[in-house]
Write a protein that binds this ligand. Structure first.
Ligand code: BES
Ligand code: MN
Ligand code: ZN
Length: 492
């Protein structure tokens, strides 16, 4: 697909669709004004009649219009230009674009209200355009014979000054396609994506972006004495895997950051079985691993000057005669003995062994990504990632990156006083604390396995998955955190 920027006036661009993002300003400026003049003031009149108020993501389809070369015209609101941040812009673009890809091979052009330039640079507008053109059409209907939406054939961003946006367009397309990889893996089902097939997908992606890939099988994991991860895996007929991916874009003495992903390809809860309503979406309990894979594929394709290692802990949590039981004591790779009080608190057991493995690899910092607790969703809602850290520096890097991507993160407490809540009578610790503060005790459990390596745990149980669709995304996998984590490595 060709994604380009053009100086041609919007009404002259020859495309199947022209999408125009307008603010609720009382008077249009610049290119939007020129376009509305060609339309005889239709957009302004519609706003004045209050039939369209240009609120964020509000769509006004005008379809065929005399004077506009594009076959169809769609207007999308972004609210007040001064309040339009990159999140608002991305959602507005998606709300428009998602109406234009119901047929295959469509071409689309876009014009954005110049008022946003106070908030968002032209290059970020261009990057967001390319990202949304690539990621917007990808839905959750992965097994349908006929997809609802289709990739665009061609996309043009109308700008008053195309200056230096080429690289931004390339970057946006790479990030958007990394998001598609994540959504696809999350949306595919647990009978399709299980540890072996996930590992095979990772190997394929690694080859495409020239990243080194090592797959550790169950024999290797046993030799590593990964008793916590293997306890979770025991109930399943699908053997576990760890995938290690390494990208070396900087000198060997430069920092190496590790991203560790929870890849529970299905979480039945085990003997602490989940009710059906909670189990139905548990094919998505590998979103952390999928996100980590998406991030490294983007970082490597962008050839960023950083060293990044990714560790995916791939396990299925099932019930069988060989499944782990409540009351069992298991020994983690680092020697810690853990009494199992709830087999549904499996993610932390998988991560315990993968984290200690990454630490012993000598990485300089660790970010883990996990759909770890329902409690985090109760605390922060469905759209905010919980941030738990032993290093302020690392959590600052995430916050700064999030400022430029518009994704939501929020710091969570890690007070020492939570520690006794994980005490066990028979082992070094148990795998769950009391009901209250469950997202924090989960993080405190993980902390036992990172030694003094700077570490941030991101609980993505809420934002990685959308139960229902919106104007800007389908229900299902959302690829949350991909943009922010890639951004961390771009601003090095
Ligand atoms: N995968 C779940 C967490 C989850 C819940 C992810 C909702 C996405 C949406 C995790 O393995 C889990 O079951 N956590 C338990 C922990 C509890 C047993 C301490 C939970 O949150 O209930
Ligand atoms: Mn669970
Ligand atoms: Zn889980």
């Amino acid at each position: 697909m060709a994604i380009t920027a053009s100086l041609i006036p919007a009404h002259e661009v020859d495309a199947d669709w022209l999408v125009v993002l307008v603010s609720d300003t009382p008077e249009f400026q610049g290119r939007i004004r020129d376009l509305d003049d060609v339309l005889g003031g239709t957009i302004r009149a519609t706003i004045e009649q209050e039939d369209f108020e240009a609120t964020p993501n509000e769509v006004l389809p005008l379809y065929q219009r005399a004077g506009v070369a594009a076959t169809n015209l769609i207007v999308v609101g972004i609210g007040a230009a001064a309040d339009c941040d990159v999140r608002c812009l991305r959602h507005g673009m998606l709300a428009g674009l998602r109406n234009c890809c119901m047929k295959a091979e469509q071409s689309v052009a876009m014009l954005v209200d110049e008022g946003v330039s106070e908030q968002i640079s032209t290059s970020l507008v261009a990057e967001t355009f390319a990202d949304t053109v690539v990621s917007g059409p990808v839905d959750a209907d992965v097994y349908k014979a006929e997809l609802k939406r289709h990739p665009f054939a061609d996309a043009t961003l109308c700008l008053a000054d195309t200056g230096d946006v080429e690289q931004a367009l390339d970057t946006g397309a790479i990030v958007g396609s990394a998001c598609n990889v994540v959504k696809d893996l999350v949306n595919r089902t647990a009978n399709d994506i299980y540890p072996q097939t996930f590992a095979a997908c990772a190997a394929e992606i690694a080859e495409d972006c020239e990243v080194e890939c090592v797959i550790l099988d169950e024999t290797h994991l046993a030799a590593e004495k990964m008793g916590a991860l293997l306890a979770v895996a025991r109930g399943s007929e699908k053997p576990p895997r760890i995938v290690k991916l390494s990208y070396r874009g900087a000198d060997s003495d430069a920092e190496t950051v590790a991203i560790v992903g929870k890849g529970v390809t299905f979480d039945s809860g085990g003997y602490s079985i989940k009710p059906s309503d909670s189990m139905i979406s548990m094919k998505a309990d590998m979103a952390g691993a999928a996100t980590a894979l998406g991030v490294i594929s983007a970082v490597a394709t962008l050839k960023l000057p950083v060293n990044l290692s990714v560790y995916l802990g791939l396990v299925e949590n099932m019930i069988s005669g060989s499944a782990y039981r409540l009351g069992d004591v298991v020994t983690a790779r680092n020697g810690t003995t853990i009494e199992i009080h709830n087999t549904d608190a499996e993610g932390r057991l998988v991560l315990a062994d993968v984290l200690s493995y990454a630490v012993d690899d000598g990485v300089d910092a660790i970010i883990d990504l996990a759909t770890l607790t329902g409690a985090c969703v109760v605390a922060l809602g469905e759209d905010i990632t919980g941030v738990f850290a032993n290093s302020e520096n690392l959590s600052d890097r995430i916050r700064n990156a999030a400022d430029s991507t518009g994704e939501f993160f929020w710091p969570m407490p890690m007070h020492k006083h939570f520690e006794p809540q994980l005490k066990s009578h028979v082992a070094d610790c148990k795998n769950v604390g009391p009901r209250w503060g469950g997202a924090v005790t989960a993080a405190k459990f993980l902390e036992k396995f990172v030694k003094d390596t700077p570490w941030v745990h991101l609980d993505i149980a809420g934002p990685s998955w959308a139960d229902s669709g919106t104007a800007w995304q389908d229900c299902g996998g959302t690829a949350s955190c991909v943009r922010t984590l890639v951004e961390i490595f771009r601003s090095e």
